[in-house]
Design a protein around this ligand. Structure first.
Ligand code: PLP
Length: 394
């Protein structure tokens, strides 16, 4: 772009948009159109042949969507971005683009339930194998990377155990072997963690979460090198078709402007609730990257600007005790998803990770007594009081 790079709080509002290219509209306009007209047949031919810049059809590109893609690329410090109709459309487009039958994916020990489901599907239907790895030392990685490993796929913090993976360490080992490292950065948002700056190759977001921030859009984003993004855009996105609607892109552009403010508040509230839960006699263990006693606290210090807004905890008792606690809450809502203004609680074993077999869940490090809290933007005192009264009743 050739212009001076501004700070995150400024880029999240201004980058990727030039008002003089859009009738001087202050806010990016919504181009709610499926297709674009050509001045003549020859222009249509040139656009299809890639000889002339310009829009053709909204599955292949749309001006509102393009602003979002350029903005997220700046925030993640990548070369280019691509928007999708959901986080899972983004995950599947990337994994299908990077692998072929006979390949192997090395995956962090724990991923979102539907990503687990997708890995199983790729294995059963297309012969693309995978293994889960703790990824906690270079030696272990060297042992687990196979000659046919086509990519390394990481969530950190891992959903729902909040364990962390050292991104710099994995990137060093993988880069030497030319294996791309893909990171699902949903739990952090680029305000807290930027995997590309640590040597990773591709970042994925369920933009449904913190990037949107208002619980009213399902969307996904991918950021990486220009050539890789072009390849995904022209193949697995164009031909499978999981593109975002212009209106959802417009809502994301609107929601994103407050990302830094929201993340600061999510993290502040989560830190307060963590302190309360950690000391509560009915709680067995609390998993929060901001806990100095967290097993991966040193990794958090290295790669996360703040601890994030998610806390997982196990309750003393059984699955039923965990469910009773949820049922006693009055302010905190029972719902999957995260990153919204509203504080949400969910039971991973029967909700987001219900598709993961019990034995695999144990290997990931959680059981039926674990609950996951997505701390919202309300007053933390009100949230604490709600948790307190519910805990008193079980
Ligand atoms: N990745 C993570 C870490 C998630 O938590 C989710 C959804 O909860 C997804 C990916 C999938 O995103 P979406 O629901 O937008 O398809």
């Amino acid at each position: 772009m050739g212009k001076k790079k501004s700070r995150f709080e400024t880029e999240v509002i201004h980058s990727g948009y030039k008002a003089d290219e859009h009738q001087d509209s202050l806010v990016p306009p919504l181009y709610q159109t499926s297709t674009f007209t050509f001045a003549n047949a020859e222009q249509g031919e040139r656009r299809f042949a890639g000889q002339e810049e310009g829009f053709i059809y909204s599955r292949l590109g749309n001006p509102t969507v393009k602003i979002l893609e350029d903005r997220i690329a700046v925030l993640e410090q990548g070369e280019a971005g691509l928007a999708f109709s959901s986080g899972m459309a983004a995950v599947s487009a990337v994994l299908v683009a990077l692998t072929k039958t006979g390949d192997h994916i090395l995956c962090s020990q724990g991923v979102y339930g539907c990503t687990f489901g997708l890995l199983e599907l790729l294995k059963e239907k297309y012969g693309i194998d995978h293994d889960f790895s703790l990824m906690n030392s270079a030696d272990l990685l060297e042992q687990e990377i196979r000659p046919n490993t086509a990519c390394i796929y990481i969530e950190t913090p891992i959903n729902p155990t909040m364990k962390l993976v050292d991104l710099g360490l994995v990137a060093r080992v993988a880069n030497e072997k030319g294996i791309p490292v893909v990171v699902d950065n949903t739990f952090c948002s680029p305000y807290i963690q930027t995997p590309l700056t640590l040597g990773c190759d591709v970042v994925i977001h369920s933009a449904t979460k913190y990037i949107c921030g208002h619980g009213d859009v399902i969307a996904g984003l991918v950021i990486g090198k220009k050539e890789f993004i072009r390849q995904v855009s022209k193949t697995t996105q164009k031909d499978i078709g999981g593109i975002i609607s212009p209106f959802d892109a417009w809502l994301l552009l609107r929601g994103m402007k407050t990302l830094p403010l929201r993340m600061d508040r999510h993290c502040e509230n989560a830190s307060e609730l963590f302190r309360f839960l950690k000391d509560h006699p009915k709680i067995e263990t609390v998993y929060f990257p901001g806990d100095p006693e967290h097993q991966d606290f040193s990794i958090a210090k290295k790669q996360m600007k703040q601890p994030g807004g998610l806390i997982s905890f196990t309750i003393r008792g059984t699955k039923e005790t965990a469910q009773q606690l949820m049922n006693q809450l009055q302010l905190i809502k029972i719902a999957v998803s995260l990153g919204d203004a509203e504080t949400l609680i969910q039971h991973p074993a029967t909700m987001t990770h219900a598709v993961v077999p019990e034995e695999e869940r144990r290997k990931m490090g959680f059981d039926d007594t674990l609950l996951r809290l997505s701390v919202g933007l309300e007053s933390w005192e009100d949230l604490q009081e709600d948790l307190e009264q519910a805990l008193d009743k079980i």
